[in-house]
Design a protein around this ligand. Sequence first.
Ligand SMILES: [Zn+2]
Length: 94
Amino acid sequence: MGDILDDFRRSLQRNLQHYSLFTLKSTGEYHLFKAHKNFNSECMAERESECGQVLLADTEIASFACEEEESARLKMARIGRKVCGNCVATLYAS
Ligand SMILES: [Zn+2]
């Protein structure tokens, strides 16, 4: 009986997850980071990219910040090939 509720909670969490996209300084490639808004409504990204290959400290200017999953997908699709394939794949997994 708990399964439906668990599924619901999981999907809710997924929908509330936000993402930011940053450029890696050395290559110009875009990488995706999980992000959330802090108490001052500033967007805070995680230290490591979704593909696990890039640290936030090595990136510069965000192309978008704290977008919801669906919107992040659309924006990344628009940017196209310069977005890290492994980062994109994490959005389509599970
Ligand atoms: Zn990546």
